[in-house]
Design a protein around this ligand. Structure first.
Ligand code: GLY
Length: 382
């Protein structure tokens, strides 16, 4: 692990090459997953949730290198998605705007940029179903997705910025409903909950991207691990930290030593051995937990485990550095196994959270420093 910092620099250099190729070869194109290692293809998208991850990577590259080229490209790709701040068709405005406009605002302090983040958070709040107390997924009114835990943070942020108590209530209730119905006693998670839209009664757990309704889709659990940590950083509600830690414990207990799970832990003979994007998200989420937990031993555990994942993902088995012609950064991701979309490929969110986790590891965020309650009331954690 001693050479991790040189691996991080080496990986950012490689990411720079791959991203320069992407934006110069396919200008203004927003890829989602590769096919045979190539970003441009006519494959189905299922839903449009990935358009912030390219701008997000460009902001991360700018932060890491200070290079004006990346800043110009990051601003450009961010501006291209501004109109999505009022998009009510998807539950993913946190993915779109937290990775782009929020990073842009952190860099500039420009209130007009911040307003875009707030607008997106307010749009997300419109998804709230009073009957059932959750933010509906893009699929239907009756559907709650675990993925939305990654998009509720932008609602907490908008509520805080505008002192909107009702928006805060909606975000908090969504987290409590998700915790109650989608997180199981062993810390595993269900992908989807189905509700009776007339009464708000919870009916059953379900899945789209996992193996079975009662199984554990790895990326969904990583979204929960990270998202409940974010909810805790905004609210300091101990139930959310406890839930994030239960998910982290499940991940650690059930994943083979190198730290990369298959698409679903319960699939007896996994179609693919690895779902690298779940590992990248978990690594970034565990950095956050290391700072949020009050227990020094647990902080060390999460930090060391995140480092273990990154050590694995920066090897050529995962990093595409020795795979000629491959246009992505991180191999062995999976989008939608059942639909056969982006299976054993690079995926845009995997690239983004991989760079985000590496960035945390390379800065003082990667220390065991715990975020204090005072600090937390003025800031939040990615
Ligand atoms: N739709 C989010 C995901 O595939 O994880």
């Amino acid at each position: 692990m001693s050479n991790l910092s040189s691996k991080i620099n080496h990986t950012f250099d490689f990411a720079g090459k791959q991203l320069r190729h992407l934006v110069e070869t396919y200008p203004d194109y927003f890829p989602m997953y590769t096919q045979n290692g190539k970003w441009k293809h006519g494959g189905e998208a299922w839903t449009n949730w990935c358009e912030g991850f390219l701008g997000g990577q460009l902001w991360l590259l700018h932060e890491h290198t200070g290079d004006a080229y990346w800043r110009e490209k990051a601003g450009h790709y961010s501006r291209l998605i501004e109109h999505r701040k009022t998009d009510r068709a998807v539950h993913d405005l946190g993915f779109l705007f937290w990775s782009t406009y929020k990073r842009w605002y952190d860099l500039t302090g420009d209130p007009a940029i911040n307003q875009v983040v707030i607008d997106a958070g307010r749009t997300m709040g419109l998804r709230f179903k009073e009957k059932g107390q959750y933010l509906r997924s893009f699929v239907a009114d009756e559907s709650l997705f675990i993925d939305i835990m990654m998009n509720v943070g932008i609602i907490f942020y908008a509520a805080r910025q505008t002192n909107d108590a009702d928006l805060l209530r909606k975000a908090t209730q969504h987290c409590l409903t998700t915790r109650k119905y989608l997180v199981r006693g062993d810390g595993s998670t269900s992908h989807e909950g189905i509700f009776n839209t007339e009464t708000g009664e919870f009916l059953r757990q379900s899945t789209h991207q996992g193996w079975r309704d009662d199984s554990s889709w790895a990326r969904g659990l990583s979204w929960a691990l990270y998202g409940f940590g974010t909810a805790y950083s905004f609210t300091r509600d101990a139930r959310f930290l406890q839930t994030a830690e239960a998910c982290a414990n499940f991940y650690i207990e059930r994943t083979p030593a190198p730290g990369v799970p298959p698409n679903d832990w319960d699939e007896a003979q996994p179609q693919q051995s690895y779902e690298s994007s779940a590992a990248a998200i978990a690594a970034s989420g565990m950095w956050n937990l290391a700072r949020l937990t009050g227990d020094p031993a647990r902080a060390r555990l999460y930090r060391d485990y995140a480092l273990r994942i990154l050590d694995t993902l920066t090897e050529p088995e995962f990093l595409a550095i020795e795979t000629p012609g491959w246009e992505g950064i991180l191999k062995h991701g999976c989008y939608h196994q059942r639909k056969g979309l982006g299976v054993d490929e690079s995926v845009m969110w995997g690239e983004y959270f991989f760079l985000e986790a590496l960035s945390k590891a390379s800065t003082n965020e990667g220390t065991n420093k715990r975020i204090s309650p005072a600090e937390a009331s003025h800031s939040f954690i990615r």
